[in-house]
Design a protein around this ligand. Sequence first.
Ligand code: PLP
Length: 377
Amino acid sequence: MQKREKFLPYSTQWISDEDIEAVINTLKSPFLTTGPKVKEFEEIVAKYVDVKYAVSFANGTAALHAACYAAGIGKGDEVITTPITFAASANCIRYMDATVVFADIDEKTYNIDSKEIQKKITSNTKAIIPVDFTGQPVDIDRIMEIAKENNLIVIEDGAHSLGADYKNRKVGSTADMTMFSFHPVKPITTGEGGMIVTNNKDFYEKLILFRGHGIQQTDYSKSQGEWYYEMVDLGYNYRMTDIQAALGISQMNKLDTFIVERRNLAEVYHEKLKNINGVKAPWQLKNTKSGWHLYSVQLDLPQLKKTRKQIFEELRNNNIGAHVHYIPVYWHPYYEKLGYERGLCPKAEKWYEQALTLPLHPQMTEEDVNQILTFFK
Ligand SMILES: *Cc1c(COP(=O)(O)O)cnc(C)c1O
């Protein structure tokens, strides 16, 4: 194949002149933080996914941490999640001193398998954190059923799936709480940023409390005077700035266009991969439309007669930003030290050995996809 002139990353932000202007306007305004843009951004996202409440955070990981707090997760509790995700989906459970329980993935969707969730439920299980890996929604209706039967809270990690559709609903409207991330590689960006959406007022109030040092106005403080506030629990400063929110508002105007572009490119990959042996395109669950945050293929290495490392390095040498998402979370030394052993989720591990992420982001063209795929011909 011909080497690309410029490196093509697996994902990247798309910042327009309007985005830049929106940020500059906020920089010139009286509020850099805790101002009107934060509220406006939250309202826009809440409306987009059709929920009552949205609470923004400094980043998606902080948002997950807050969701675990709002869910009342604590020491002795078990929380079930997938090993095929970014470490933050599990780390948030550890922040609350609770136990992470990994349930294996479904071979077809690569998402957490509902049947495996059921096997892992004990009397200590408190919550489930399913992840919409690559932007493909998990079967959230089924997971909510399981949660209801077992009195569990569901925090959906939608870091990849803002704008994705599940049975004609936007991801975010079904779980007890859903997290979105606005890191530059994610569907839209605020630099760093995150959000929790929910229909539950109690969760909403706890999220606000946790985000702001655990400080609030109480009846007592009101009786003391306007300056008086009380810190009622140990919270954090996890606030998003108005500068970030201004960028987020502007990016939300383009989310649907971004998703259309991603879906079109995924379709091109799909079609072309039908004629390429040794590279398996991702399968899609019925009634869902992925947001295509990642395009993750499975390599038939014996057929390709190369190791994944060779393929990865050859693509990189040709300036194609292939990547691998993700190393099973419990393989990381931190989790190993906690006692998690290899072999725990065999399907996830087998999947990982053959996984490769090919570049996909809205600024790419069909020609880019064609060029990438010439490598496998
Ligand atoms: C990016 C990501 C997060 C964390 O989001 P940040 O905004 O980077 O903190 C959590 N879960 C998944 C699956 C992610 O991809």
